[in-house]
Design a protein around this ligand. Structure first.
Ligand code: RB5
Length: 150
């Protein structure tokens, strides 16, 4: 699995921590920026990582901003993206099992690195359950089609 990573300045430090964890596990990733704590705009990175995952080149994504919210909102505007902003392990696990989330977003000003590592582990290691949940995910895609015409 190759991951697409991205953050704004508010999530930069947490992203660097998660990169250390991914390195220790041998998980491959590409970091789409930002590359310093200098202020930048989260919608740009959210869109870029969303497109990278939606293209199929990257299986899943990890996004970080101050709250995790703004950057997940931006990524979710890309058709095919199901970005879940989480700050607890239960949500990080069940958004894979029930929503087939393809991006996990976290807030660098909300969660510490220890909790973030646990959430990333659950997000990477938990499979989608399918079944009745597939039908509901398909319903989300149908809403998308109604608005994009695709
Ligand atoms: C940047 O100050 C902050 O607004 C951003 O990181 C994020 O929290 C937005 O949702």
């Amino acid at each position: 699995m190759v991951l697409a990573l991205g953050s704004d300045h508010g999530g930069f430090a947490l992203k660097e921590e998660i990169k250390k964890y991914l390195d220790s596990r041998g998980v491959a990733y590409h970091d789409f920026g930002c590359y310093s704590p200098e202020s930048c705009d989260y919608p740009v990175i959210g869109k870029t990582v969303g497109e990278a995952v939606a293209s199929g080149e990257y299986e899943r994504g990890l996004l970080f901003c101050g709250t995790g919210i703004g950057i997940s909102l931006a990524a979710n505007k890309v058709p095919g993206i199901r970005a879940a902003c989480c700050s607890d392990c239960f949500s990080a696990k069940y958004t894979r099992m029930h929503n087939d989330a393809n991006i996990l977003a976290m807030g660098g000003r909300v969660v510490g690195p220890g909790l973030a590592v646990e959430m990333v582990a659950l997000f990477l290691d938990t499979e989608f359950e399918g079944g009745r949940h597939q039908r509901r995910v398909d319903m989300i895609s149908q809403i998308e089609r109604e608005y994009t015409g695709k």
